[in-house]
Design a binder for this molecule. Structure first.
Ligand code: FCB
Length: 472
């Protein structure tokens, strides 16, 4: 392996999620998820946009798989819509729903693309939310049952499994700041949700293993924050530690080490008593993993609150008068200096390197995958119909170089999934933010690979990064 090439077995993937791309929300027995309800509630998403049609992947999956194959991708991470498989969130599976994913997987395998299934990318069946949602313990048991159903249906042909995508967002944006579905703003409830998501992950991992061949790999994807203190002042260092607990320790503590950090219990004692952590829970959560997925976009810069600056929320998680960070009113988030993407997120590939090295230490020996990384830009087709996105190429080059450096520094990174394969429904931002390597014209749903898609395909085919200014 030369100093610039990637390991031969490195996976070059793209990622998507069910609600963001599928559409067909009322077909084949699917029922509403919390994102259907939320996006149809006035004022919740930009322009009232929703995923009813999204990019119609449910009907166009063959075309989408062919496009990935043509570009040269070797892996594809997608999520299963829980309410398509188990409409009420409990009980028997709907075979028509599972059949869609069987067909999708077969299509991927037929062109040599390795599927990675995410079981939960934020779309809880509405009936389970009506019964209390993630703050309720029963939701974790329901998730394990659902995991078993999908594991039985696809375990023979899918090797890579991810239980949860970014449980931080489900817990703290869904039940804390309320900028994500179901839109609740309960600081204590968000911590209860985090615990039950952890429990769901542990129970689902066991359930998957009970029905799947042993060769399959079970992981989860964390959007672990890269938290940087504004200064070395002890108060700023304490602020950074608190956010690290609330963003990272709350998940990797029990999942990787079987404990919640003592400092997390202490920091949150005014909003929750943690009495919902029952005997045996930590052992159930602390299942050995086969891999860990890391999603990275931008680092966080924090200080103690005395240095309060005016201006919009700088924690990158949308506009809400409610903080997603329970018990952290004494922490201020600052805009990291540097160029930003269309999301306002600072571009900093060193954060990705730091993140990988941190988890190499936190979980020695555990293979790592970058399960999401990418950038939104205001892409527009040229008069000749082509879409040039040099900023995205530069972003990908910078971040993939950081991955390569981490591998050179000893990290076991096995693959990278670009977020996202194509433009799609970006949650509360609607269709305004384009993260795709492939452009979607929302009036016709036509797909046009952007120049970054060709650039990335070339990287996938050669195992090295083309120069940013490569003619494509
Ligand atoms: C991640 C989500 C993904 C997408 C990207 C931009 O937090 O997992 O669905 O919204 O951010």
């Amino acid at each position: 392996m030369s100093s610039v090439s990637f390991p031969p077995a490195f996976l070059w993937g793209a990622a998507t999620s069910a609600y963001q791309i599928e559409g067909a929300v009322r077909e084949d027995g699917r029922t509403p998820s919390i994102w259907d309800t939320f996006s149809h509630t006035p004022g919740r998403t930009a322009g009232g946009e929703h995923g009813d049609i999204a990019v119609d992947h449910y009907h166009r999956y063959r075309e989408d798989v062919a496009m990935m194959a043509e570009l040269g991708l070797t892996a594809y991470r997608f999520s299963v819509s829980w309410s398509r498989v188990q409409p009420t969130g409990r009980g028997p599976a709907v075979q028509r729903g599972l059949d869609f994913y069987r067909r999708l997987v077969d299509e991927l395998l037929s062109v040599g693309i390795k599927p990675a299934v995410t079981l939960y990318h934020w779309d809880l069946p509405q009936e389970l939310e009506d019964a209390g949602g993630w703050p309720e313990r029963d939701t974790a048991y329901r998730f394990a049952e659902y995991a078993q159903i999908v594991g039985e249906a696809l375990g023979d042909r899918v090797e890579q499994w991810i239980t949860l995508n970014e449980p931080w967002c489900s817990a703290f944006l869904g039940y804390g700041s309320g900028v994500h579905a179901p839109g609740r703003t309960e600081p204590g409830g968000s911590l209860r949700a985090a615990h039950h998501l952890n429990l769901a992950h542990g129970l689902a991992t066991s359930a998957l293993r009970s029905v799947m061949p042993a060769r399959n790999s079970v992981a989860l994807s964390l959007n672990s924050a890269v938290v940087r203190p504004l200064s070395q002042d002890p108060a700023d260092l304490a602020a950074a530690r608190k956010i690290d607990d609330l963003a990272n320790g709350v998940f990797h503590g029990p999942i990787l080490h079987g404990v919640y950090p003592e400092s997390l219990y202490a920091a949150t004692e005014l909003v929750t008593d943690w009495s919902y952590v029952l005997d045996g829970d930590l052992a159930a959560i602390n299942q050995p993993l086969d891999a860990l997925g890391l999603n990275y976009y931008t680092p966080a810069l924090v200080s103690a609150a005395e240095t309060e600056v005016s201006g919009p929320r700088a924690d990158g998680h949308g506009a809400s008068e409610h903080s997603p960070w329970p018990s952290a009113d004494d922490v201020t988030f600052h805009q990291t200096p540097g160029e930003r993407t269309e999301m306002g997120w600072t571009i900093d590939p060193t954060g990705l390197h730091d993140l990988i090295m941190r988890y190499s230490r936190e979980a020695p020996g555990l293979p790592l995958y970058i399960t999401e990384n990418g950038a939104a830009y205001d892409d527009k087709p040229d008069p000749d119909g082509r879409v040039h996105d040099p900023e995205r190429i530069a972003y990908l080059h910078g971040h993939l170089s950081a991955v390569r450096r981490a591998i050179a520094d000893g990290a076991d990174v096995r693959g990278y999934y670009l977020w996202s394969l194509m433009d799609n429904f970006e949650w509360a931002y609607g269709y305004e933010k384009r993260f795709g390597a492939v452009y979607v014209d929302y009036s016709t749903l036509a797909r046009t690979p952007k120049s970054s898609a060709y650039w990335y395909g070339k990287a996938a085919r050669t195992g090295t990064l083309p120069a940013v200014e490569t003619e494509l």
